[in-house]
Design a protein around this ligand. Structure first.
Ligand SMILES: [Zn+2]
Length: 141
């Protein structure tokens, strides 16, 4: 009788696992959510912004970071984006950017040759730094 009672709960748990995928759980353990839309952020996809006031905001995509910054116009002390190849954080002003035609998602690359390879493979296009030129940013308080 007890088994019958528990079965729907187990099914629900399995459904939840399948629906959300492993990236969700990896990020959930770390507990970081996108400051713009609340989505869980994979550590290798995290965009990290530190404002001149010392506030840290994490985003799951460049688009989310752009929208959040448009709303708030923060003074930026540091901004890192994940290298699309290695997942390692790199300074946003040092990265090069491209987007694929399918997703339209902007990706950051630490190395120019990685961007070129991505563009050849995806038939995408290079885009300007989505956060603006480094000189437009406040770099010190
Ligand atoms: Zn987001």
């Amino acid at each position: 009788m007890e088994i019958r009672y528990k079965t729907p709960l187990i099914l629900l748990a399995i459904l939840a696992l399948v629906a959300s995928g492993s990236a969700y759980w990896t990020a959930a353990r770390k507990g970081e959510r996108c400051a713009f839309d609340g989505a869980f952020v994979r550590p290798t996809a995290a965009i990290r912004l530190t404002t001149v006031e010392g506030m840290v905001a994490v985003f799951d995509s460049i688009a989310c970071a752009q929208r959040w910054m448009q709303n708030r116009q923060p003074g930026i002390r540091s901004l890192t984006v994940p290298d699309a190849v290695s997942g390692q954080p790199i300074d946003a002003s040092a990265a090069v950017y491209g987007k694929g035609p399918a997703s339209g998602r902007i990706r950051a690359f630490a190395r120019e040759e990685d961007l070129e390879q991505f563009l050849r493979w995806s038939k995408g296009e290079a885009v300007a730094n989505p956060f603006g030129a480094p000189t437009e940013r406040v770099t010190s308080p």
